[in-house]
Design a protein around this ligand. Structure first.
Ligand code: GLN
Length: 483
């Protein structure tokens, strides 16, 4: 049963082949058996899950239907969950029980999805390896000595190991697409504003976006359907109609114009990944797509701009965790300054502290124009590059990451080398565009992803291309040995 995709689960439940309660119990048993190797969950909510599964079964018995009704999922541990710990993988929020559900959590619960628990992540979503969690590193099920990617590494590892069919993630600079690539999943970052950020603990507000991680594009369409939509409680949520994301999955790719940016194949890309990306291009050509080389001339500035904007916004967002309003409070403070200093020094891990320092510096008087403002200008140039490119092509294709999953600890002494792993994903966040990563082969037994980008609100097009690719390839069906 654990091999079923969301789409297959929906059919099985509708045909009464099994109940949501049976499925939920099977998956909870798998989590108990296998998660000790992976560390993909921070909190399990077994009782709540069984309650939700029974309620979903009752709704089906009453004649209700729906692709998510009774489907087991899990939430990255930065989506607030009423009465359940929401830790952001930080000591700072180790004992924080959210007083409300995030919009994404509430919407999926309403659609009947069964939440099994909260998944591990990089602390406050800062990272590309899931090594910065207060609860310990997550392991990649394809090789337990390697990272699963981050920051949604717990969601990715759990889905890749077939502990559950799909999970939510968030993507500020690549945190859905990059772990999807490194664990052989399909992951989609929607257009900025498509999915509500209300109740999603903020890292960098102008970049953060929630989205689905699953094995197939078909399943990403199902999960995204339950997550997307205008939310008056989020001022950056966009009041655009939500299409049926599954409607265009079967559209032919004949005549589809795919742009391949020359800059995506520069120095730093593992040549074995470049070859797999070229294979995927050939596959899509066979399906009727027309390939065109394009240019994104400002791409080289994306990482420096991101690592000014994201820490700047983070330093502001994280100021609320001061031991008074929220978060860990130190023992016996001497005075208020001591309370702030020690609570924050004890509550935040080293990567979060590094980002707060960088961000506070970039925003400080006298430096704002030189850093933050300058980075925002670069952001506009990058957006303009995409607008120009999408005048010529329908989607853009390239590698998701320059390298496959690295060994746990390998980049610890050099944070910049980890930052460089985001080189292909970050531009979509800076421009607010939707992006998807899909499985495209293996290097040394480790999965490799291909990234697709589309114009604003064209998630359906990304899902269509990925689905057609998946109908003609079997990379996404491979599962890690031992699970
Ligand atoms: N790796 C990037 C960072 O560390 C992106 C993280 C994310 O998308 N949440 O900021």
């Amino acid at each position: 049963m654990h091999q079923l995709t969301l789409a297959e689960i929906a059919r099985g439940l509708a045909d009464k082949k099994f109940s949501s309660e049976e499925l939920t119990k099977t998956l909870l048993a798998r989590i108990a058996q296998f998660d000790p190797q992976l560390n993909s969950f921070i909190t399990l909510t077994e009782d709540l899950a069984i309650e939700q599964a029974k309620a979903a079964d009752a709704r089906r018995a009453n004649g209700e239907s729906g692709a998510l009704l009774g489907a087991p999922i899990a939430h990255k541990d930065l989506f607030c969950t009423l009465g359940v710990r929401t830790s952001c993988a930080s000591k700072m929020l180790d004992n924080f029980k959210a007083p409300y559900d995030a919009t994404v959590v509430a919407k999926l619960a309403e659609a009947g999805a069964v939440s099994l628990g909260k998944t591990n992540m990089d602390e406050f979503a800062m990272g590309s390896a899931n090594e910065s969690s207060y609860y310990g590193a997550v392991k990649n099920p394809w090789n337990l000595e390697h990272v699963p990617g981050g920051s949604s590494g717990g969601s990715a590892a759990a889905v890749a190991a077939r502990l559950l069919p799909a999970a939510t993630g968030t993507d500020t600079g690549g945190s859905i697409r990059q772990p999807a690539a490194l664990t052989n999943l399909t992951g989609l970052k929607p257009t900025y504003g498509r999915v509500s950020r209300w109740g999603m603990i903020a890292y960098a507000s102008s970049l953060d976006q929630g989205g689905p991680l699953a094995r197939t594009a078909e399943d990403c369409a199902i999960l995204l359907q339950g997550m997307a939509g205008f939310d008056p409680k989020d001022s950056t949520s966009i009041d655009e109609p939500v299409p049926d994301f599954s409607a265009d999955l079967n559209t032919s790719l004949k005549g589809l114009r795919i742009g391949v940016p020359a800059e995506f194949f520069s120095e730093g890309l593992d040549p074995r990944i470049a070859e797999l990306v070229h294979n995927s291009i050939k596959e899509l050509e066979k399906l009727g797509a027309v390939i065109k080389t394009i240019s994104l001339p400002n791409m080289q500035h994306a990482i420096p701009a991101y690592y000014v904007i994201a820490p700047a916004e983070a330093s502001s967002n994280l100021s609320r965790f001061d031991g008074v309003r929220f978060g860990h409070r130190c023992e016996d403070p001497k005075d208020l300054t001591d309370l702030y200093k020690r609570s924050r020094a004890e509550g935040f891990g080293p990567e979060v502290q590094r980002r707060i320092l960088v961000g506070a510096y970039a925003l400080s008087a006298g430096y704002y124009d030189a850093y933050y403002l300058q980075a925002q200008k670069i952001r506009r140039l990058i957006k303009n590059d995409f607008v120009a490119a999408f005048n010529e092509v329908d989607v853009i294709l390239g590698p998701t990451t320059p390298n496959p999953a690295w060994k746990i600890g390998a980049k610890n002494s050099d944070p910049v080398s980890a930052y460089l792993e985001d080189v292909y994903t970050i531009t979509a966040n800076l421009a607010g565009l939707p992006g998807l990563s899909m499985p495209a082969g293996f290097v040394d037994g480790l999965p490799v992803g291909v990234q697709l980008l589309a114009p604003y609100f064209q998630e359906g097009r990304l899902l269509n291309v990925a689905h057609q690719y998946q109908l003609n390839t079997d990379w996404h069906t491979r599962s890690p040995a031992g699970f």
